[in-house]
Design a protein around this ligand. Structure first.
Ligand SMILES: *Cc1c(COP(=O)(O)O)cnc(C)c1O
Length: 414
């Protein structure tokens, strides 16, 4: 299994849509083949269309607010006295996280396909919230499928989706969570694909959805590369890029433009959710050696029990609480281009506390996982080493958890 140079990673799959002949693919019912095929044709045409790229970039700049900031964390660095930690504040983006890039591109594709409706699934609700935001911007009617159990525990996001004019459809089958919402959403899409476009919220799902999402979030590393060159005049000799990994869309987007560098020069570190220290449960299939299985139409490492049943995960951060992981990351793990590790709930909270003590930055619990590992490792490296952490979400959404776990002082936002 080998990583090729000069070919985008999203295109390094075989004719079955699999990376390394092993991960990804299209494990979907026969009825989904036609709409998927149509979407592949549309995307392959538009990604080479200069006018479309210009339109995309216009929305990225004038609606999402790209480029997001790239800044050093000097106070924190003076305290740590190791490698220099910098961050790209991707949470500056409209909506407060990177999911808006994928949602925007899907809405653009829907418009180009002449569709009036867009559907998507959501677990914790952020993918749904971002899609409803983008749908409103583009004048598309939006339906979000969400497990009935998730609707109960994620009320603020449900309210936000409705406020954006989306219809939230409760799913009562199975465990009444994300897995069931995805199945229901796909079923709906099959019967309505003439009028309706479907969006998958991360670099997961059937092959084409992995590709579209990865293509969209790669904006993050396109910006970062420019910003690094402006700041340092070259790509540093020792550069380390830390990113949390749930489905894997922010991390893939953060790394993509640096894929062809040797890992001795540009190292990728993916940080999964290790869950509470006392619990055996986690959401870290790459770190803890989970077996390969099929989830959401694709082969991937997935948290499962001995019988191969998908196991429930546990994490303090809703965004990382997912049993599977993108086939792109499975491939990056097997080719050893990226290194994967986990941070516990407690580690993430500790990192959040430390960062907010020294900096005005407030990373949400997902990037706090990445910061935790970056801070620990920074102590072992010299000043020449540049560490960059993707601060992909804002802690405002985690206000209630932060208040419960750390106290009122850590949960005050203007
Ligand atoms: C959804 C989400 C994640 C996890 O998803 P990826 O696809 O791995 O990026 C991480 N951080 C934030 C802030 C999120 O909203």
């Amino acid at each position: 299994m080998k990583l090729k140079k000069k070919i985008p990673l999203i295109d390094q799959h075989n004719k079955y849509g699999m990376w390394g002949n092993k991960f990804g693919g299209n494990f979907v019912p026969e009825t989904l083949k036609k709409p998927i095929n149509d979407l592949e044709i549309l995307f392959n045409k538009l990604r080479n269309d200069k006018k479309f790229i210009q339109e995309r970039d216009d929305y990225f700049k004038n609606w999402i607010g790209s480029p997001t900031r790239f800044v050093p964390l000097n106070n924190l660095n003076n305290h740590i006295r190791g490698a220099q930690i910098w961050t790209k504040i991707v949470s500056d983006a409209n909506g407060g996280a990177h999911k808006i890039y994928n949602a925007t591109v899907h809405c653009l594709l829907a418009k180009k396909a002449g569709k009036k409706f867009i559907v998507g699934d959501t677990g914790a609700g952020y993918a749904g919230k971002m899609l409803s935001m983008a749908a409103k911007k583009f004048g598309l009617k939006c339906k979000i499928f969400m497990g009935a159990k998730d609707i109960k525990r994620q009320q603020p996001n449900v309210k936000a989706m409705k406020k954006n004019g989306a219809e939230v459809i409760p799913v009562y089958t199975g465990s009444q969570t994300l897995i069931d919402a995805v199945s229901e959403c796909m079923r709906y899409w099959v019967s309505n694909c003439d009028t309706t476009h479907m969006c998958v919220g991360s670099t997961v799902g059937p092959n084409i959805f992995v590709k579209i999402c990865g293509w969209s979030t790669s904006q993050i590393s396109r910006e970062l590369k420019k910003q690094i060159l402006e700041e340092f005049g070259k790509i540093p000799k020792k550069l380390k890029l830390y990113n949390c990994v749930g489905g894997g869309s922010s991390s893939f987007g953060f790394w993509n433009e640096f894929m062809d560098f040797e890992k001795k020069q540009v190292e990728f570190i993916g940080v999964e959710a290790g869950g509470p220290k006392k619990s055996k449960r986690h959401a870290a299939p790459l770190t803890y050696g989970s077996k390969v299985g099929v989830l959401h139409g694709a082969m991937q490492y997935v948290v499962q029990n001995k019988e191969g049943q998908i196991e429930e995960t546990e994490s303090i951060s809703a965004g990382l609480d997912y049993s599977g992981v993108s086939p792109l990351h499975c491939f990056l793990k097997d080719t050893k281009r990226a290194r994967y590790t986990a941070a516990s709930d407690e580690d993430a909270l500790k990192a959040y506390k430390l960062i907010t003590k020294f900096e005005s930055l407030r990373p949400s619990l997902e990037p706090s996982h990445a910061f935790s590992v970056a801070i620990k490792e920074a102590k072992k490296f010299d000043r020449e080493t540049i560490i960059i952490v993707n601060s992909c979400g804002d802690a405002h959404k985690d206000k209630n958890i932060l208040k419960a776990k750390l106290g009122y002082k850590y949960a005050q936002f203007n």
